[in-house]
Write a protein that binds this ligand. Structure first.
Ligand SMILES: C[S@@+](CC[C@H](N)C(=O)[O-])C[C@H]1O[C@@H](n2cnc3c(N)ncnc32)[C@H](O)[C@@H]1O
Length: 255
């Protein structure tokens, strides 16, 4: 669709790169930090247009990408960054129809990406032991209309996983090594486990536990992404970058 419709998620992106995302609803107005813009004016506008607030401030009018959505979701925990999520989706082979398990949900950034990718025929089962965190994750998923693809459980992974037959699972919580036997039982043979950890000594512990618990084909990786200032005459990297987020470990359930 080339033109925005009522009900679509829309994004205003300023010249400096600030992004504002909202759902288009007739009769409503959006108050930016640089003036007001009416939804009515935007409904029927061609995506990619430049639109102006009542103060004359220009914004790009764009449909948000998954990465835009991940950058702007409400956070109460550390979230997994888009650069890491991209590789996680590949390694766990997350696509239409996939059935994936995760713990903990945190703010639901990874849950959002999984839900986006699995489509209406797939399923994400997400465990979280903190109720306040679960609320944030749930509201982020509902705001994007992805709730039919996700089942959240207020549950501690220490109590086991009540479902099984997952082709993939991801853990983003402290001491993942103590839960590996639960995850192994929930995965299909050949299924893939992914884990993110902030320090290398934690990864060493995890690798030892993977060896002891029936996981093989292990990989440890770190993703580095450097952005450039997109100026044709002075093309060079930006001054700052996110130098460290976490280490990604992957392994398969082996027989
Ligand atoms: C860093 S956050 C996860 C962030 C999430 N991956 C995201 O991208 O938004 C870690 C979460 O794991 C939860 N957690 C820690 N131990 C847990 C356990 N044993 N069972 C379930 N959830 C747990 C914490 O409450 C916290 O919300």
């Amino acid at each position: 669709m080339d033109f925005a419709q009522a009900g679509d998620l829309a994004m205003l992106q300023s010249e400096k790169g600030k992004k504002i995302i909202f759902r288009l609803e007739a009769g409503r107005q959006y108050q930016t930090h640089k003036g007001m813009i009416s939804h009515q004016e935007l409904i029927g506008t061609r995506w990619g247009s430049t639109v102006e607030t009542h103060l004359g401030t220009p914004f790009h009018f764009l449909p948000p990408t998954l990465r835009d959505l991940l950058q702007t979701i409400r956070r109460r925990s550390q979230i997994i960054f888009p650069k890491d999520i991209g590789y996680i989706l590949l390694r766990l082979s997350i696509g239409p129809g996939a059935k994936v398990f995760e713990a903990g949900a945190g703010s639901g950034a990874l849950t959002t990406a999984f839900a986006w990718m699995v489509g209406d025929s797939g399923k994400v089962i997400s465990y979280e032991r903190r109720e306040d965190m679960l609320e944030v994750a749930r509201s982020n998923i509902e705001n994007l209309g992805l709730q039919n693809r996700v089942t959240f459980a207020h549950r501690d992974l220490a109590d086991g996983i009540s479902e099984s037959g997952f082709e993939s699972a991801f853990l983003d919580l402290p001491n993942p090594e103590i839960y590996l036997s639960h995850v192994r039982e929930a995965l299909t043979f050949g299924g893939t486990l992914g884990v993110i950890l902030p320090t290398t000594n934690q990864v060493s512990k995890l690798l030892g536990a993977m060896e002891d618990t029936g996981f093989g084909a292990v990989e440890v990786a770190e993703i580095m992404l450097r952005f450039y200032k997109p100026v044709p005459a002075r093309l060079r990297p930006r001054d700052r970058m996110v130098a460290h987020t976490g280490y990604l470990s992957f392994a398969r359930r082996v027989a």
